[in-house]
Write a protein that binds this ligand. Structure first.
Ligand code: ATP
Length: 246
């Protein structure tokens, strides 16, 4: 069951906990987290390796279930949602971009982008798909297959695929982690333009330069939110991250 909740947050977590394993082997990947991520803002999530960043992103996107606490995404409380409702939410309200692009190699760029609409039972219009590809700067690559595209172009196809359903929130797990610095900058410029146009974005990154492009950075350590920065430059983000990695 899902419940509609009045909230100004794109994502709201209250007392969210996720434990892996049992007994003495149990690991609290996310530990009693309260977090409100603003609508129309770009938030970066940073922290040492194993601090729970990906788990937090997956919980907020409805890809994983919390053991305790409540998760509200774009005004819908998904805490008690069934599998069918979570699938529906992921197809219509949420976009997800991965480090490794996760495109289907046998499909062209426009077929990859059309896929979420087909899965939602819609017959995509070619003009609709092409305009999303144009918005990520790939109007001249619509018939290319992933192996015919650079890493940065593949990631832009993946962003177009995530955006074609006009999701309330775009989640990105290390979207520039597999890219050279020039391609990374192109992808970050695109995310910045999307955020400036009002798109809510939540991004996990290890790169202080990428995090500094966001509006705010939250820092995780041992599954807990330990710090946050707003409007910080690369140097300030790097210093704060180093302090928490000590
Ligand atoms: N499916 C799983 N089963 C068991 N333990 C897991 C699982 N997923 C994550 N963990 C553990 O939970 C903790 C948090 O993992 P998570 O991947 O969220 O961290 P992270 O901050 O994203 O790490 P990294 O920066 O290295 O990607 C780690 O100790 C990890 O080993």
């Amino acid at each position: 069951m899902t419940t509609t909740v009045q909230t100004t947050a794109a994502v709201s977590l209250r007392g969210v906990t996720r434990t892996y394993g049992r007994g003495s082997a149990a690991i609290r990947a996310v530990d009693d987290v309260d977090l409100d991520l603003p609508r129309g803002g770009w938030t970066a999530v940073m922290g040492p390796s194993g601090s729970g960043k990906s788990t937090l992103l997956h919980l907020a996107a409805g890809l994983e279930r919390a053991d305790a606490g409540r998760v509200v995404v774009a005004g819908t409380d998904i805490t008690d949602a069934g599998d069918q409702q979570l699938t529906e939410l992921r197809r219509t309200r949420i976009g997800f971009v991965f480090q490794s692009f996760n495109l289907i190699g046998s499909l062209t760029a426009e077929q990859n982008v059309a896929l979420p609409l087909r899965l939602a039972g819609r017959a995509p219009r070619r003009s609709e798909v092409r305009s999303v590809l144009a918005s990520v700067g790939l109007a001249d690559r619509v018939r290319h297959r992933p192996r015919e595209l650079s890493g940065g172009q593949q990631q832009r196809v993946a962003i177009a695929r995530a955006m074609v359903t006009r999701p309330d929130v775009l989640f990105a797990d290390e979207p520039t982690g597999a890219l050279d610095s020039t391609s990374a900058r192109t992808v970050l410029d695109l995310l910045r333009a999307m955020a400036d146009a009002g798109q809510s974005i939540v991004m996990v990154t290890h790169d202080p330069g990428a995090a500094a492009r966001a509006d705010a950075v939250v820092f995780l350590r041992d599954g807990r939110i330990v710090d946050r920065l707003a409007g910080a430059d690369t140097h300030a983000v790097a210093e704060r991250l180093a302090a928490w990695e000590r």
